[in-house]
Design a protein around this ligand. Structure first.
Ligand SMILES: Cc1cc2nc3c(=O)[nH]c(=O)nc-3n(C[C@H](O)[C@H](O)[C@H](O)COP(=O)(O)OP(=O)(O)OC[C@H]3O[C@@H](n4cnc5c(N)ncnc54)[C@H](O)[C@@H]3O)c2cc1C
Length: 596
C-alpha cells in the first residue's frame, strides 16, 4: 500500500536547526519568512501532497497518458489537481515576486518539491519543468520575452518544457540537427524532431512554452554552435491569449517503464516560430541555467520517492506477520511476529531511513546556498555559495537518485513477493525512480562533470567551499569524548576523499581515462562524506537537545540512532569507493572490444 505522511518534523529540523552556522549567514531579504510562516507553508504543502496528489499516484500509473487525435490526455483527476495546485499558488512558490512569484526561500521550496515527488512523481514534472524554464528565461531572454511569458509561466497558467534530445543525440548534444532560420522580423523558424520531451504535450494548460535547442545556419559544428529558442505551442495574440497553432505537433508518446502519468513526447517542429534566448551559439550556457536548477530538483525526486518507499515499507513491516523474533516472541497473541522484528528487515528499513535523512540534510545545506546565491549582500558569501552549488549539483543529482532508487528496491524486498505484485504499490516506486538516474544528464555524466569540471575549477576553489567547513567541524569537535568515534569516522572518510582528489588530479592530468574511470566512485565518496558531516552535526545537536531536556526527546533519540547507524553501516562504503579509485582504470579497460 502506498502510505505517505510528510516528514515535517525532520524538515523543520533541517531548516531551523541544522544549518544555522553553515557560513551562508542570515539573509535579510528572507527575514519576512519567519519560522512560523515557513512551518505553515510546509503544513499546507503536506496537505496538498497527501490529500490531492497521493490519491492520484497509483491510478495515474495504471491509466497512463493517452494520445488521441494529436492531443495528449493526462490521467483522470490530473487536470483538476493541476488547477487546484496552480490556483493555490504552488507553481509560484520560489519564483521572483517581480514576475508574480512568492519569493519563498529555496530551503522551503525544495522541501515542498520533496513532498510533491513523494506523493506523485509523475505530477511533479509538469510544474517542475516550467519552473526550470522560467529560470533560463529570467537569466537570458530579452525584456520583451520576459514581460510577456514569465508572469504566465510563473503562475502556472502556461507550462514549459526543455527540448534537447533528438533520436541520434542525448548526452552528445553537439550532434543535434534541429534548425533555426532567421526571419526579417527578428524571429526564427524552427524545424526538427525532438524525442523524450517531458510534458511536451498535455491537457493541463492552454499553452505550452518550449525551450528548444537548435542550430543557426552559420553555426559552428558541435556544442559551440547551439542556440536556445523560446517556441510557444500556440502563438499568443496581443491580448496574451493563445492564438494560432505554431507547427508543433506530437508524433507519439513514449511507452515507458514508469512515470506513466507524465507525458513523454516525440515532438515535431515544422517551421515553428521562435525567439532567441541569450546570444547566438551560446544556447548551452542558457540551457545549463535551466539544467542546473533541474538537476538539483531531479535529485530531490530521488529523495521524494525514497521517502515514500520507506514509509510504505515501514507500514508493511509492522503489519506483515512472519516468523518469530530471534530474541524471543514479540507478538504472543498472534501466529507470528511482525517482520519488523527481524534484523535483516531492520537493516533494510534503517538503510532507507539513513539515506533519506542524509539526503534531506545535504539538500537543505545546498538549498541554503541557493538562497545565499540569490540574496546574500556580502560578495564573499555569494561567491562561496555559488562555488558550493556548482560543486554539489552533480552530487545531489546522482547521489540522491541512486539512493532513492536503491530505497525503492529495498521497499520491494521488504514486501517480499507482494512487493513484486502491482497491487502493493511499491513496485511503482522502483519503476518511477529509475528514470531520475538517467535524465538531466545520466549519473555517469554527473560524475564526469564533478571530476572534469568542478574538481579542478579555479585551482580547487569549488572544493574548498566544502572542504573548509568539514575540516573546521572536525577540528572543533575532535575533543568531544562522547562523539570521538563518529568524528574519527568522518575524519577518515574525509581523508580518503582528499587523497582521492589528489590521486585523480595527478593521474587524470596524464591520462584522462583515469579520471573517467574514477568518477562515479569519487562522486559517491564525496556524497558519503557530505552526509557523514550532516549526520555528525545532527547528532551533536540531538545530544545537546536531549541534555537540555527537550520535550521532543523521541525525535532526537531517533536522530542519534539513525546517525549512529549511518556511521556503523553506511559510511564504510567510503573505504570501498576509495580502494576502487586507487585501483585505477587498468582492469576496467583491459579487455579488447572484441572480447565483450
Ligand atoms: C522519461 C524520460 C523523460 C525525458 N525528458 C526529457 C526532456 O524533457 N527533455 C529532453 O531534452 N530530454 C529528455 N529525456 C532524455 C534524457 O535526458 C536522455 O535520455 C539522457 O540525457 C541520456 O541520453 P540518451 O538516452 O541518448 O543516452 P546516451 O547519451 O546514448 O547514453 C547511453 C549511455 O552511455 C553513457 N555515455 C554517453 N556518453 C558518454 C561519455 N561521454 N562518457 C561516459 N559515458 C557516456 C551514458 O551515461 C549512458 O549510460 C528524457 C528521457 C526519458 C526516458
Amino acid at each position: 500500500m502506498q502510505v505517505y505522511e510528510a516528514p515535517l518534523r525532520d524538515m523543520r529540523f533541517v531548516i531551523h536547526e541544522l544549518h544555522q552556522d553553515d557560513g551562508f549567514g542570515n539573509l535579510e531579504a528572507l527575514e519576512e519568512f519567519s519560522p512560523d510562516l515557513v512551518d505553515a507553508v510546509l503544513e499546507e504543502a503536506a496537505k496538498v501532497a497527501q490529500e490531492v496528489l497521493l490519491p492520484l499516484n497509483r491510478s495515474g500509473d495504471i491509466e497512463g497518458c493517452a494520445l488521441e487525435n494529436g492531443v495528449v490526455r493526462t490521467p483522470k483527476g490530473f487536470k483538476e489537481a493541476y488547477d487546484m495546485f496552480r490556483d493555490g499558488g504552488w507553481c509560484a512558490l520560489a519564483s521572483d515576486p517581480e514576475w508574480g512569484g512568492q519569493g519563498l526561500p529555496e530551503a522551503v521550496n525544495k522541501m515542498t518539491e520533496e513532498m510533491i515527488c513523494s506523493a506523485n512523481l509523475s505530477f511533479s514534472l509538469y510544474p517542475g519543468l516550467t519552473h526550470g524554464g522560467t529560470t533560463a528565461i529570467e537569466a537570458y531572454a530579452s525584456d520583451e520575452l520576459k514581460q510577456f511569458y514569465l508572469p504566465k509561466m510563473v503562475s502556472g497558467e502556461w507550462s514549459g518544457t526543455m527540448c534537447l534530445t533528438e533520436p541520434h543525440c542525448g548526452t552528445d548534444l553537439g550532434m543535434l540537427r534541429t534548425k533555426a532560420v532567421p526571419q526579417d522580423d527578428g524571429s526564427y523558424k524552427l524545424s526538427g524532431a525532438k524525442i523524450f520531451i517531458s510534458a511536451g504535450e498535455h491537457d493541463l494548460t492552454p499553452n505550452i512554452i518550449h525551450l528548444v535547442l537548435a542550430r543557426l545556419p552559420d553555426a559552428p559544428a558541435g556544442v559551440k554552435g547551439i542556440s536556445l529558442f523560446l517556441v510557444p505551442k500556440y502563438l499568443p495574440k496581443d491580448d496574451g491569449t493563445p492564438g494560432p497553432s505554431n507547427g508543433v505537433s506530437v508524433a507519439a508518446i513514449e511507452h515507458k517503464m514508469g512515470l506513466k502519468a507524465s507525458a513523454t513526447c516525440q515532438l515535431n517542429f515544422d517551421e515553428s516560430t521562435g525567439w532567441l534566448v541569450g546570444k547566438p551559439h551560446k544556447g548551452m550556457e542558457a540551457m545549463f541555467k535551466m539544467m542546473n536548477t533541474e538537476r538539483v530538483s531531479v535529485g530531490v525526486q530521488g529523495l521524494g520517492v525514497g521517502e515514500a518507499a520507506y514509509q510504505s515499507a515501514v507500514w508493511y513491516a509492522k503489519d506483515r506477520l512472519q516468523g518469530r523474533s530471534l530474541s524471543g516472541v514479540k507478538n504472543p497473541n498472534g501466529p507470528a511476529d511482525p517482520i519488523i522484528v527481524h534484523p535483516d528487515v531492520r537493516r533494510m528499513l534503517m538503510t532507507m531511513r539513513a539515506y533519506n535523512e542524509g539526503c534531506r540534510a545535504l539538500g537543505g545545506w545546498v538549498s541554503r546556498a541557493l538562497d545565499a546565491e540569490k540574496h546574500a549582500t556580502d560578495p564573499a558569501v555569494k561567491q562561496n555559495a555559488e562555488d558550493f552549488i556548482a560543486l554539489m549539483t552533480p552530487v545531489v543529482k546522482a547521489l540522491f537518485t541512486d539512493l532513492g532508487h536503491e530505497s525503492a528496491n529495498l521497499a520491494v524486498q521488504v514486501y517480499g513477493g507482494h512487493g513484486y505484485i502491482a497491487e502493493s504499490g511499491v513496485e511503482q516506486y522502483a519503476r518511477d525512480a529509475r528514470i531520475a538516474m538517467i535524465y538531466e544528464g545520466t549519473n555517469g555524466i554527473q560524475a564526469l562533470d564533478l571530476v572534469g569540471r568542478k574538481m579542478p575549477a579555479h585551482m580547487g576553489r569549488y572544493l574548498r567551499s566544502f572542504f573548509h567547513p568539514v575540516s573546521s567541524f572536525i577540528e572543533a569537535n575532535k575533543a568531544d569524548a562522547q562523539f570521538a568515534p563518529m568524528i574519527v569516522g568522518l575524519e577518515k572518510a574525509f581523508g580518503a576523499l582528499q587523497l582521492s582528489t589528489g590521486t585523480i588530479a595527478q593521474k587524470g592530468m596524464k591520462d584522462p581515462e583515469e579520471a573517467g574511470a574514477a568518477a562515479t566512485d569519487y562522486l559517491r565518496l564525496m556524497g558519503l562524506v557530505a552526509m557523514a558531516y550532516c549526520f555528525a552535526k545532527s547528532a551533536l545537536i540531538a545530544r545537546d537537545k536531549l541534555a537540555g531536556g527537550s520535550e521532543d526527546a523521541g525525535f532526537y533519540k531517533a536522530k542519534l540512532a539513525t546517525a549512529q547507524f549511518y556511521f556503523d553501516r553506511i559510511l564504510p562504503q567510503a573505504t570501498a569507493a576509495f580502494l576502487a579509485i586507487k585501483a585505477g582504470k587498468a582492469s576496467m579497460m583491459a579487455l579488447d572490444e572484441a572480447a565483450f
